[in-house]
Design a protein around this ligand. Structure first.
Ligand code: HEM
Length: 402
């Protein structure tokens, strides 16, 4: 089976196809999307840090100069929203905005949140237990990161149900070759989400709080360090990035644990926070929730014997890099005590995941609450199915019982 992100069997297990790709070479032209596939760890790691590549090219070239077509005007609300968020800015704008938000996500700031995150994880697991089981995704995996990031930004509890559907519609655009219906939904969600945040910003301006939105408003109003659009876009990015991958890591991780019962049993018995933390990192490596990130080639690069000129696009295969035997011993085995594990799941370089410390603490809290003393072993009810979608890869649901 080859590399085919539209094939359900590939999405369920892309790893054999990645192995074939790594054996074929270092950069392979892929006709289906007009990109270069990059499957090796060393190349993915180096290219993420290479300033000759960018998440956008618009800070240096127009669409025409870069040899690309501008998106249709009716898609503009999505592109304006997406293009002004931290992740799609390049320096110097990126450094300016990242400095403003970074303080809220340092390991030290995040450490202060841990007791509240643990408490919430305990409550959610309590709910699952009270029902004797259920869908781990909707009862535990999703509400935890949504509540945490909404709380950090200051989104009122009553509005939190809006976030997941908007995020899902916007994230549809990050899959390969999104169709017109996907684009329409993303545009609608972009318009609604932006209007919602504009309202929240107006309200918070009159009654500032301790939350991140109030902090960003101050940076915009008092110091002019952030445009209104950058503020809205970065809030949407934080709310979406702040839960999508964490939800999938939780359920994909549990599915991996169920397939490795001896290691699951050993982890349950260890009661050691260090071991839990090591195990969470291994689950992130073993089944990477974000399988691919793209970069534009801003100045000619060479990968092995292949020269990729300005205007090209590379698809960095994180899932493959994390299973590269040149970097990881026995890469296709889950090893919850793996000591040497420099996985690329959180990226590298200037866009390295801002939320990595928070994501790690949330995952430790939710896995920890389900593995805690006194909680009966979790059992799988039926084999889960994978959702459509390859870039953001996750299960439809994960039915469990105690
Ligand atoms: C397991 C969970 C998570 C994974 C696997 C993950 C992964 C990633 C990756 C790979 C990138 C870089 C993308 C690129 O280079 O193109 C990134 C960026 C980012 N992530 Fe995460 N993330 C997770 C959780 C979070 C959380 C909880 C937050 C909450 C704040 C967050 C916020 C961000 C932001 C703001 C960026 C953009 C950083 C920048 O451009 O400077 N992420 N994430």
């Amino acid at each position: 089976m080859g590399f085919d992100p539209w094939d359900a069997a590939f999405v369920a297990d892309p790893y054999p196809a990645y192995r074939e790709l790594r054996e074929q070479g270092r950069a392979m032209w892929w006709e289906a999307t007009g990109q270069w596939l990059v499957p090796h760890y060393a190349d993915v790691s180096a290219l993420l840090r290479d300033r000759r590549l960018g998440r956008t090219y618009l800070h240096r070239f127009s669409h025409e100069e870069f040899g690309r077509q501008a998106p249709p005007p009716e898609h503009e609300p999505f592109h304006v929203l997406n293009g002004n968020g931290l992740l799609d800015l390049e320096d110097p704008a990126h450094a300016r905005v990242r400095r403003l938000v970074a303080k809220a996500f340092t390991p030290r700031t995040v450490k202060r949140l841990v007791p509240a995150v643990r408490r919430l994880a305990g409550e959610l697991v309590g709910r699952l237990r009270a029902d004797g089981g259920g869908d781990l995704l909707t009862v535990v995996a999703e509400p935890l990161p949504v509540a945490v990031i909404a709380e950090l930004l200051g989104v009122p509890e009553a509005d939190r149900g809006l976030l997941r559907p908007w995020s899902a519609d916007i994230c549809g655009m990050f899959e390969l070759r999104p169709d017109e219906e996907t684009a329409r939904r993303a545009v609608r969600a972009s318009v609604e989400f932006s209007a919602y945040l504009r309202g929240l910003i107006t309200e918070r301006r009159s009654r500032p709080g301790e939350d991140l939105i109030s902090g960003l408003i101050a940076a915009h109003d008092e110091e002019g360090r952030l445009s209104e659009q950058e503020m809205i876009s970065t809030c949407v990015l934080l709310l979406n990035a702040g839960h999508e991958a964490t939800v999938n890591t939780t359920v994909n991780g549990w599915w991996a644990l169920f397939r490795n019962p001896a290691q699951l049993a050993a982890l349950r018995e260890s009661h050691d926070p260090e071991k839990l933390s090591t195990a969470v990192d291994e689950l992130m490596r073993y089944d990477t929730p974000l399988q691919m990130f793209e970069r534009w080639v801003l100045d000619d690069i060479r990968i092995g014997d292949t020269v990729i000129p300005r205007g090209g696009e590379v698809a960095l295969l994180f899932g493959s890099a994390n299973r590269d035997p040149a970097r990881f011993e026995g890469p296709d085995a889950l090893d919850l005590v793996r000591a040497d594990n420099p996985h690329l799941t959180f990226g590298a370089g200037i866009h390295y995941c801002l939320g990595a410390p928070l994501a790690r603490r949330e995952l430790e809290a939710s896995f920890g609450a389900l593995l805690a003393d006194g909680v009966p072993p979790l059992r799988l009810v039926e084999e889960p199915r994978w959702r459509d979608g390859y870039v953001i890869r996750g299960l439809e649901e994960l039915l469990v019982e105690f």
